[in-house]
Ligand binder design. Structure first.
Ligand code: DCP
Ligand code: CA
Ligand code: CA
Length: 363
């Protein structure tokens, strides 16, 4: 099954401030050039009814929501990541195999847990939804299907708070009428090229002459398109590697530009992170700071050591240096501060050789 959280960033904002729930909520990435320059990250479904969606300019969203009690908020990735992590732990606990893709969705292989029964699959999906709602107060949409390709498309069918089950014998009937753009790998350009060939629906694609398809797209792509159109996919649900970075962020007791006051807080955060990674036997090469200023602008600085370390004092010292330089170079006053470590290596016991296990950063 594919589990995707509904209007994720905006739903997180509703979570911390339930009074905005019935209003249009628009989460924005402000570019900072002028007051309203930037793009919409996402919006709740109240705002979507007015035509507001991911990617449109903020000024346009404001225009569409004129004369409403809409709420516009800046993105707060750290907060969303924290919530995402909690949800992912729930999902992981309910699956045989688990694969997170992006901040708000994951594939769960539940073949063994359900004994391959789609009736059991539906029940398990209901359980996933009720656990995520009960423990984290969030709604999600789920697709249950014989493979990842069809699960993803079925999860997108009914939103928000939807559940769509597609059994093996329903796959081609389910996919057939949908536009080809619903297939992963068919973007705007490919869709246009297919349209020229008279291919609009997934059924059109599945019944299109294979030789002609190869002549047009090459063998690899044509084979992928053909299989995908028939709902054929045997990609396994694969656990991704461990986290590529760990961060902690906190709000200061009061806004400040005073190094010693800020460092008092970051020292605590360093301690928390250090406890986590020491437990896992990890050392790190990169240390970073995040400063969210009183105007909500977000600033980051980082530094990479020549050799990995797991030393708490060295960590705190690096953070202090970065903060000092930041305060020196800018006039921003800090409201929230965060620290981050990345570029992990695992420390083998009694061995000088360090094994790198870093996976490519997914986002
Ligand atoms: N996102 C973004 N810019 C985009 C698309 C997405 O910043 N162009 C962010 C905000 C979303 C999050 O990623 O909340 C997850 O993306 P989804 O595509 O899953 O969209 P939503 O969760 O917001 O909505 P839906 O209910 O349609 O899943
Ligand atoms: Ca989502
Ligand atoms: Ca998503």
């Amino acid at each position: 099954m594919l589990v995707d959280l509904d209007y994720f960033f905006a739903q997180c904002e509703e979570l911390r401030n339930p009074s905005i729930r019935d209003k249009p909520v628009v989460v924005c990435v402000y570019s900072g050039r002028t007051e309203d320059s930037g793009a919409v990250s996402t919006a709740n479904y109240v705002a979507r009814a007015y035509g507001v969606k991911s990617g449109i300019p903020i000024f346009l969203a404001k225009k569409k929501l004129e004369n409403t009690n809409a709420v516009f908020l800046p993105v707060d990735y750290e907060f969303y990541e924290e919530i995402s992590g909690k949800v992912m732990n729930i999902l992981k606990s309910l699956a045989d195999h688990f694969e997170q893709v992006g901040i708000d969705e994951a594939y769960l292989d539940v073949t063994q847990k359900t004994g391959g029964s789609f009736e059991e699959g539906r029940k398990l999906a209901e359980r996933v939804r009720s656990e995520v709602l009960r423990q984290e107060r969030l709604t999600c949409s789920i697709g249950v299907a014989p493979n990842k390709l069809v699960a993803k498309i079925s999860a997108d069918t009914k939103k928000p708070d939807g559940l769509t089950v597609v059994t093996p014998d329903q796959v081609t009937v389910f996919l057939g009428p949908l536009p080809v753009s619903r297939l992963i790998g068919v973007g705007a350009k490919t869709r246009e090229r297919m349209q020229v060939l008279g291919i609009n629906t997934i059924f059109d694609l599945s019944s299109y002459d294979m030789q002609k398809l190869i002549a047009f797209f090459g063998k690899t792509l044509a084979t992928y398109f053909h299989n995908a159109s028939l709902g054929i996919d045997d990609e396994p649900v694969e656990e991704r590697g461990e986290a590529t970075s760990i961060s902690r962020i906190a709000t200061l007791k009061h806004d400040s530009r005073e190094l010693s006051f800020i460092v008092e807080r970051t020292d605590q955060l360093c301690g928390e992170i250090h406890a986590t990674i020491a437990k896992d036997g990890l050392a790190f090469k990169t240390v970073g700071i995040i400063v969210i200023a009183t105007d909500m602008s977000i600033h980051t600085r980082s530094k990479t050591f020549e050799n990995p370390t797991d030393n708490l004092e060295a960590f705190k010292e690096a953070v202090k240096e970065l903060l000092e330089r930041f305060l020196d170079q800018t006039d921003f006053e800090a409201r929230r501060v965060g620290v981050k470590v990345a570029s992990f290596v695992r420390q083998e016991k009694n061995q000088t050789q360090l094994t790198s296990f870093i996976n490519e950063n997914k986002d």
